[in-house]
Design a protein around this ligand. Sequence first.
Ligand code: GLN
Length: 311
Amino acid sequence: MNQKDFERTDLERLVRETRPLAAGGRVATYIPELAGSDPNALAVSVMDGGGHLLEAGDRDVRFTMQSISKVISLSLALMELGETEVFSKVGMDPTADPFNSVMRLEMVSSHVPQNPLINAGAIVIDSILPYDDPQRAFFAVREMARRLTGNPEICENEAVYLSEKRTGDRNRSLAYFLKSVGTITADVEAVLDVYFRQCSLEVTVADLAVLSATLSMDGRNPMTGEMVLPRKICRTVRALMATCGLYDGSGAFAMKVGLPAKSGVGGGIIASVPGIMGIAVCGPSLDNQGNSIAGIALLERISDEFGLRVL
Ligand code: GLN
């Protein structure tokens, strides 16, 4: 990042200009614990390949990763099992369906979720993680989250975890269907426990900017200097983010922002500028696809003003 071209005052201005757009969306309420999020909160953080961090807006806001954690469990599965094994259990193509869609699982004869970034795909990924018990599997995902963010204190938000565990019947139905057709062979409740826990990992935008920068820098965490992931895995993950990262909003996002990205219903979005920087935003008010409404607008403005688009 050229610090002269890209300053905190620019980011503060863009946050100010896009914050009012939150009024056009709504916070997620289907996970009851998320209903209390501040719809008008908006924060952004950027980390470049040299480990320089910029933050603006409500940078102290803590939120749960939700579906952004799918990038982490996918990275771990690719590390542990390799691409051939992983993509025999999930596809690599986008869907035009919502993130929690049930319909297509039955329609596709292989009963394989179309990609690892929709709920069904992420649940399958958790089901194949090669650990003896669900607690170890979750600890491995959390450890990967800590290394990618460079924050050894990343932990689950117990209230959000329990809230989703209590109400997550849509995900239960996806998982039990997948078990009934043999796509999942492990114990469904144990797999869902890993999934609900990883979705509840709590972060700030700065944590996610580091994670995104690590993916952008082909696996080297620019803050800690650790080589966390091989380059090939980062390429695979970024390609899936570019095509599938915002579900049925992925095409529109590619046109507006032009960067590989992944969203979560906690309001976070990570966006990657390969070889250059990682960006993270959080704004809990969501559009109809479950993506941060002001967050997308903010990323669009950042991408335009600084000429960052790669798609
Ligand atoms: N935990 C959420 C769910 O399974 C994650 C969805 C999301 O962030 N899009 O519904």
